[in-house]
Design a protein around this ligand. Sequence first.
Ligand SMILES: N[C@@H](CCC(=O)N[C@@H](CS)C(=O)NCC(=O)O)C(=O)O
Length: 202
Amino acid sequence: MKLIASLTSPFARKVRIVLAEKHIECELQIDVPWDADTHVPDYNPLGKIPVLLMDDGTALYDSRVIVEYLDHATPVRNVFPKESRSRILAKRWEALGDGICDAAATIFLEQKRPVPQQNPEWIARQTQKIHRGLAAVATDLGEHSWCMGDNFTLADIAVGCALGYLDLRFPHIAWRENHPNLGRLATKLAERASFSSTMPPV
Ligand SMILES: N[C@@H](CCC(=O)N[C@@H](CS)C(=O)NCC(=O)O)C(=O)O
């Protein structure tokens, strides 16, 4: 298997963390979809990473499909809860984490445009999604050890990747100060080898 990814993509990081947690060997092929010489569209018509190339040549995308596939691929350290309602709730946490990343990536791209071409209302709308998303995550986490209670799951991986991406792109967003319980979660996640070994390069 081969994972096509960049080192800064939070969606690709989510997959890399699941691979590490489940001790699944997978070659990493770095490809930045914004580069002129990217091959990503050869594997994913949407031109987005991550893409998982399976041994039979099938290309899997997007990250949510890939992590579900990987969780089924081996029974080692499952990151999805077994029970169906809990599974759906884990996927809801994932949607929230990924949604924060979508909004953050949208702002990052908008702010790369020349200032006169940027749309402040659009940036403000995306910024609200980030702040509302963080508030929802913090409320639901409360004083629990992990997002879904006592067990580390995909929910923690998705939320951890979103927090890491905010640190990378928008270090001025003071989510640790505004939501101390998210800071505690991030500190605990950083102690895991899967998280420390996939930290995005600054
Ligand atoms: N929902 C997708 C999002 C993937 C995504 O947006 N990836 C970004 C990199 S962080 C990308 O490849 N963007 C290239 C583009 O939009 O053309 C997933 O979960 O895999």
